[in-house]
Design a protein around this ligand. Structure first.
Ligand SMILES: [Zn+2]
Length: 111
């Protein structure tokens, strides 16, 4: 829960996030599932398992939601930079894959 919506700054209300995700999260708590156009609560890393809602492409450069929660979260955060002039996150991920840093071993990946 964002502080601007009454959330606390206690550790149990915080999540470690990169600058991009923090900025795109803003004070949103929901997103639109592009498959159904329904408004869905965003993924909550304190209460939900990442691997239950997201999958990486085989090459590790794109992430997709596998549930309404995952799809709404990908859409809200533009996790593949598809609404940007340049998909810089996909370019960065390509280097991380080449270096053996990405995606995390525990994350599901398309066959
Ligand atoms: Zn991030």
């Amino acid at each position: 829960m964002p502080q601007s919506l009454g959330g606390s700054d206690e550790p149990d209300n915080l999540a470690l996030a990169c600058h991009r995700c923090n900025e795109r999260h803003y004070n949103f708590t929901s997103g639109i599932d592009p498959q159904t156009q329904e408004e869905i609560p965003l993924f909550n890393p304190r209460q939900q398992q990442w691997s239950d809602h997201f999958i990486w492409t085989k090459d590790g450069t794109k992430i997709f939601g596998t549930t309404p929660t995952g799809r709404a979260t990908c859409n809200r955060f533009d996790l593949n930079d598809e609404r940007r002039d340049e998909p810089s996150i996909q370019i960065a991920r390509r280097f991380w894959v080449a270096a053996g840093w990405h995606p995390p071993q525990s994350d599901p990946r398309q066959e």
